[in-house]
Structures are given as C-alpha cells and as structure tokens.
Design a protein around this ligand. Structure first.
Ligand SMILES: [Zn+2]
Length: 383
C-alpha cells in the first residue's frame, strides 16, 4: 500500500474547481486521491509536504517549444523576421557541422529548465529528431519542410514519418508537424495528416504567425510567393484561392484536433472553423512580443470557445523557458484576460490540445500528481 502524502499550500488551485484558501492535495502512488481544505486532507496523510506561501497548481503544459535550439541563445530582432530566421538557420547549420550531438544536449538542458519551473508536459518541435530527457510528459513534434512534392524533396517528409513510426512501435507519444502552410507542399500536408490519423498521433503546424501568410494564401502574392518560387515551388499551389491560411488548411481537411502554433494573425472568420474542428491555438506571449506583433487575438478566440493554450516557443525568441513568466506576460499583454483564464490556458487547455487531459491539467482525484508552485507574491490573483 502506497503511503499517502499530503501536499499543503497557502492556496491550492485545482483549475476545474474554485481555489482553496489553505488547501491540500492527498497523493499516493503518483496519483491524486483527494483535493480539499487542509483541515480535511491533513488527517488522512501519512506524511506531509508543506509547500508554504504559494499557489499550488496543476503542472503546467507548454504547448509549443523548440528545446533543441536552447543552446543557440536568444537571437535579437535587428532586421526582418527573415533575417532572424536566417540567423537561426546559420547557428543550426554550424551546430550540425561541428557538434551534431549539440541538439540533443540543448534539448536536455531546455527540458531541465522547464522541469525546474513547474512544466509537467511539453509539445516539443524538433527538426533534428531529438527527444529530450524529461521527467514529465514530453511529446516530440517531428517537423519537416518540403516546398515541392517531388521525389527529391520527399526525404524530409519520409524522415518525419519514419520518426513517427519508430515512436509508434515503441509505444511513445509524438506528433507530426509540417512546418507551415507556406513551406510544405499541400499534398504533403495532407499526407502528414493521414500519418497522424493512421497512427493515432498528434498533428501540429505553425499558422498565421506572420501577416504576409495571408497574401500568399489569398492572392498567391507577396514575399512568401517569391520564397516558394525561389525554392522550386509553385505559388499557385500555395494560394490564390482568396482564402485565409486557416481556411486553406480546413479545405485540405487537416484541421480536426490540429494544434495551431501562434495564430497571431488569424482572422475572425477563421474562428468558427477552428472551433468546429476542435483545433487548438498556441499563443506564445514572450515570442510574440520578441517579434513585435500586433496584439494577439487570444481574448477573442477564448470568448468564441476556442481552446487557446500557452507556449514558450524556442529560447531563440525568448529570454527563458518558464511558463509562469509566459502566464504573467499574457496577463500584461491581454489585460482583458483574468488570472484564472490564463492559468487555465497554461494547464487544462494545453492538456486538452495534447489529448492528456485525463492525467494532466487539473487537480482532481485520479489525475497525475504533477504540480507547479507559484509564490503568492508572484501571482496577481487573490480571490
Ligand atoms: Zn515554433
């Protein structure tokens, strides 16, 4: 029989039920047995862990990271987004040439940074096939780019598929991730979706991160049309349909339960499709600020019932990998959001997106005993 451990804190926030002043959580064998006032939990505990003057919340869910880029350092925005992206690519090429194991070490270090700041689950985009050592739930999202559907471009797609198949055979969670609707040929976006469905794995994609994505999608024009053409792709396959990037993905039939990174420039008309598809949007507050984007539509999305989560994105566009800092940044940047709403985004919404809300994202009997501690002085909410 596992010993019952009573976790005590000034505030316990179960997320799915109201916060408890002087709360407790009873745990045995890594699972939660009961949540309630300490005066009820305490007498049932064989031993006590007193967390002190903190908010004890569910372990945080980081729905978008690039842990393998942790050792690239933060790359400042000195020019355009494309110059920034070139700088990231240059550092990755240098690492691949000089120290190919550097990606795995960086991923492991990033995962440690997450674990130390209360993250219990993470969806981690990887171009290099890393799976970081992480005490919680880590889901690699195998990313690929492929501007044409030709045979010589397909190796990147095949490599992502092989990584998924390897994880499926090993019984591990994972996702497949066409990078964006402007860097992956639509045929391969569709095929990636089929791979996700056939293997019961997640499907993720960066979308509507930049305003120019809409120019490509609607008119097959703008700098992204030039970029597609420069890589041998046909811009008319990537757009010209008068539709938004999200509508295009919906028309490709890939939106169902998709995890949509950023969505900074999603149009209001996209939201019914996102909602109907049970897709999730991942807002990355510090990264969003790093690039100087206009205010994120997260409050509007939430008001329409869209599942909006939070993520750190990579350290290349962030100063840290601390989800509490992301929550505080979201509160500052979206003043209409309440602290409870933001905490829900960073826990339950992320868990829903990752399909793990039976274990993570709330403090309730039967859920995994994964906690985050937020000092009372650091969190604005005192009901
Ligand atoms: Zn990203």
């Amino acid at each position: 029989m596992d010993r019952a451990i009573g976790h005590r804190a000034r505030w316990v926030h179960p997320v799915v039920t109201p916060p408890i002043d002087g709360g407790g959580v009873l745990v045995a064998g890594g699972a939660i047995l009961a949540v309630g006032p300490w005066r009820e939990i305490g007498p049932c505990a064989d031993e006590v862990v007193d967390h002190g003057n903190v908010w004890l919340t569910p372990g945080l869910v980081n729905a978008h990271a690039h842990l393998e880029l942790t050792d690239h350092g933060t790359i400042p925005m000195t020019g355009s987004f494309w110059e920034w992206l070139d700088a990231v690519t240059d550092r990755s090429r240098a690492m691949a040439a000089e120290d190919p194991d550097g990606f795995q070490r960086a991923a492991d270090r990033g995962a440690t940074m997450l674990a130390e700041t209360g993250t219990a689950a993470v969806l981690d985009t990887t171009l290099w096939g890393t799976r970081a050592e992480f005490a919680g739930r880590l889901v690699p999202a195998y990313e690929f780019l492929s501007f044409t559907a030709d045979e010589d471009e397909r190796p990147f797609f095949r490599q992502a598929v092989e990584r998924v198949e390897f994880d499926v055979a090993a019984g591990l969670p994972c996702a497949i991730e066409p990078h964006t609707p402007y860097t992956v040929h639509p045929d391969l976006i569709r095929r990636a979706r089929a791979v996700a469905d056939d293997n019961h794995r997640l499907f993720a994609i960066h979308v509507s991160e930049l305003p120019v994505e809409a120019d490509l999608s609607r008119k097959a024009a703008g700098p992204l049309a030039e970029m597609v053409a420069a890589h041998g792709g046909d811009p008319n396959v990537y757009g010209g349909c008068g539709k938004t990037p999200v509508e295009r993905l919906d028309d490709l039939g890939v939106l169902e339960h998709a995890i949509l990174f950023h969505g900074n420039y999603m149009a209001e008309r996209d939201l019914p499709r996102v909602l109907r598809s049970s897709a999730s949007v991942v807002y990355c507050p510090h990264s969003h600020r790093h690039f100087g984007h206009v205010s994120h539509p997260a409050p509007l999305m939430l008001s329409r019932g869209v599942n909006v989560c939070l993520g750190t994105d990579g350290l290349v566009s962030n100063e840290g990998l601390d989800m509490v800092e992301e929550m505080l940044c979201a509160l500052e940047r979206c003043p209409s959001l309440s602290p409870d709403a933001v905490l829900t985004m960073a826990t339950l919404c992320g868990a829903r997106a990752l399909g793990i809300d039976g274990e993570y994202g709330a403090l309730a009997p039967g859920m995994r005993a994964a906690f985050a501690e937020i000092p009372v002085s650091r969190w604005p909410s005192t009901p």
